[in-house]
Design a protein around this ligand. Sequence first.
Ligand code: PGA
Length: 246
Amino acid sequence: MRRKIVIGNWKMNGDLQFSRKLLGELASQWTGVHNAEVAVCPSYPFLLPALFELEQTNISVGAQDLSVNEKGAFTGDVSGGMLSDIGCRYVLVGHSERREYHGESSELVAKKVEAALKHHLTPVLCVGETLSDREQGKTYDVVGGQLLKVVERVGLEAMTKGVVAYEPVWAIGTGKTATPEMAQEVHSYIREALGPEGDQIRILYGGSVKPDSASGLFGQKDIDGGLVGGASLAAADFLAICRAAE
Ligand code: PGA
């Protein structure tokens, strides 16, 4: 039985005041989602406030990226060791915005997954096709290729310690959610591609998940929760999505 997970990806949003307010609302309105794991991923400056504010809840904290390097002259980077040291449990890896705006290759993403695992962080490996990939019938090639690079580097056994997030790029921030059936098709492909270990690996869906679309998506056989962007910036919406995973 795979435990569902809902992860909020705040992206580069909010300031200290906004973050504190949102965290305070999450903490005070948190009634305890017992059958699902929940985490939020704020920007680096708000990780410590998040860890502090959410201490009394079972909402975990994750980062949105990490360096492949351990330490040293890498100005602007943050290592996996630093993240686990302060108490982060998750880290997003290979989000399509990083692949697109920072030119992150699947090889680099694979190294980041490895770095996260080394520091006992749960990597949330993001994969997904663009609209043009989908229109050209390349969805499985693209998603399969992104997965394969990571499997080649860390092996299937290590993948069971991570989470995969299928995020069709055309659905991110656009309000165009994949239908539950469309998402399920790709999720089942991913699970098969992960071989015998696939049954244990949680596969989240991401891309315009909202309170009214969450339960339809989470009700699919191979959808084990969600990676939520925009809707994670409002406590009531995010918590409604978390309850849909119960
Ligand atoms: P969205 O973002 O929910 O705003 O579409 C999801 C994501 O990019 O993780």
